[in-house]
Design a protein around this ligand. Structure first.
Ligand code: C2O
Ligand code: CU
Length: 495
């Protein structure tokens, strides 16, 4: 199936093919920034919060005046934000009222294997009309709904939940199945950071739109099912519209004070180099206070922030140096034209700002591997997946029945990740720390607890990882979702 609109990779800094929209695109900065609704639990007791989420088809107005069919948690994109407290169990009952099998993964969750969203642990749609001929590796299949149990005995962090269905994660996330899940704790709450309406999650994701307003994804049929080979798209799908919290190039009115933005790159394949234009007079553009898996030990200043798919950066931006009335654009240095901008801030007035960024944020004990620490190597590259081109780890495409590594719980290991191209590598179960990048100290964006590390062409990154608490089968994979669907995934079993 030949597809129109293939313009190739739009800039350096990307692996992917640009998919062009077939519909007039809106002027940027006309839509106010939406903030995803915070979900209320249906029940709470001494230890547990219970939630109910209905996955369903819905119509969203993403582009002004255009109706776009989506697949949404509770019918919205992004899905509702869940807020948990450290150590309080959270049980999310997901009802599948879509017409496709789904799997939910809590990305960054320290979760028992049964609830981690193994790609063949399908939740079948209630409608029962879908033929599941693609699931040649049946997992623990449930009908209509599933309870995901999350202990969340972990530090305050910005997690997110998204679909993880084998071979279909790219299209299902693209169609809307992604939301924030924040973990809060007393350590974070004791800090004088901006909060309330000055603490805002920003989910950045690119999309393209077909002429009828639907989301355009390669090899998707008009009903929104994925059909046909993705051979021309193995590099990854890049859209030409940048959405923040589901709105195209939105604008946010801000007061002249500090804000805390929990930035998530939920794009299938696109990387961003975030900058502020103009930069704040006399200060850094961004002060990073947190990484994927929690607060940093101390804040880190950045003029730009490079963010790969699935990474999170918890950033403070201080608008107090700007003039009231000034507009400030959040740009993407890895894009051009429309993809070169993300959103805009409009500074309204000066206010007294009680918030501050303390020099010490949290305890982040370094993971120091012992001399005889077990070492493993994972090489990410192009390869054959059956008779097609795809992506492999150590030469092998994903096979859910094969175990590639058996780390022992509690032991610090050194994992050496090497790559041919851009691959954002994600490890489930426990966060890790970057030890080195190409034999040098970790890079500017590697600080703190990570669960996803951005590998650039020809790089080798060493990370220290220690899995704890839960035995079972977990995943290591590329978070470019087209690479993941085309088999760049591997299983480790914690013993
Ligand atoms: Cu965000 Cu295995 O995924
Ligand atoms: Cu990849």
């Amino acid at each position: 199936v030949a597809l129109a609109g293939v313009a190739g990779c739009d800039t350096p800094g990307q692996t992917g093919e640009l998919l062009a929209s077939e519909i007039p695109l809106p002027e940027p900065f006309r839509v106010p920034l939406p903030v995803p609704p915070v979900k209320r639990p249906v029940r709470r007791d001494a230890t547990t919060d219970w939630y109910d989420i209905v996955q369903r088809r819905a119509e969203a107005e993403i582009l002004p005046g255009v109706r776009t069919p989506i697949l949404g948690y509770d019918g919205v994109f992004p899905g509702p934000t869940i807020e948990s407290r450290r150590g309080r169990r959270t049980v999310v009952r997901h009802h599948n009222r879509t017409d496709v099998p789904t799997v939910v993964h809590l990305h960054g969750g320290h979760t028992p294997a049964d609830h981690d969203g193994w790609p063949t642990d399908l939740v079948m749609p209630l409608s029962g009309t879908h033929s599941h001929s693609h699931s040649h590796h049946p997992g623990r299949i449930t009908q209509g709904r599933r309870d995901y149990v999350y202990p969340l005995d972990q530090e305050a962090a910005t997690l997110w939940y998204h679909d993880h269905r084998m071979d279909f994660t790219g299209p299902q996330v693209y169609r809307g199945l992604a939301g924030f899940h924040l973990v809060r704790d007393a350590v974070e709450e004791a800090l004088p950071l901006p909060s309330g309406d000055r603490e805002i999650p920003l989910m950045i994701a690119d999309r393209a739109f077909a002429s009828d307003g639907s989301l355009k994804y390669p090899a998707m049929d008009p009903a929104g099912h994925t059909a046909g080979p993705m051979d021309d798209w193995i590099e990854g799908v890049l859209g030409d519209v940048i959405l923040v919290n589901g709105a195209p190039w939105p604008e946010l009115e801000v007061v002249g004070a500090r804000y805390r933005f929990r930035v998530l790159n939920a794009s299938n394949a696109r990387r961003y180099r975030l900058t502020l234009d103009p930069p704040p007079p006399g200060g850094p553009a961004f002060v990073q206070i947190g990484s994927d898996a929690g607060l940093l030990a101390a804040p880190v200043e950045h003029g730009n922030v490079d963010i790969a798919p699935a990474e999170r950066f918890d950033l403070i931006v201080d608008f107090s140096g700007y003039r009231p009335g000034q507009v400030v654009t959040l740009r993407n240095g890895f894009g051009a034209g429309g993809t070169g901008q993300v959103m805009r801030f409009r500074v309204t007035r000066r206010v007294a700002d009680e918030s501050s960024v303390p020099a010490r944020l949290a305890e982040v004990p370094p993971l120091v591997p012992p001399r005889d620490a077990p070492r493993r190597r994972f090489a990410f590259s192009r390869g054959r997946v059956g008779d097609r081109a795809g992506w492999v780890i150590n030469g092998k495409p994903f096979d859910p029945s094969r175990v590639d590594a058996t780390p022992r719980l509690g032991e610090i290991e050194i994992w050496r990740l090497s790559t041919d191209l851009h691959h954002p590598v994600h490890i489930h179960l426990s966060p890790f720390q970057v030890l080195s990048r190409n034999g040098h100290p970790p890079g500017a964006f590697d600080t703190g607890w990570k669960d996803t590390v951005d590998l650039r062409p020809a790089e080798t990154v060493e990370v220290a990882v220690r899995f704890t608490d839960y035995r079972g089968h977990y995943l290591l994979h590329c978070h470019n979702l087209e690479h993941e669907d085309m088999a760049m995934m591997s299983t480790f079993e914690t013993k």
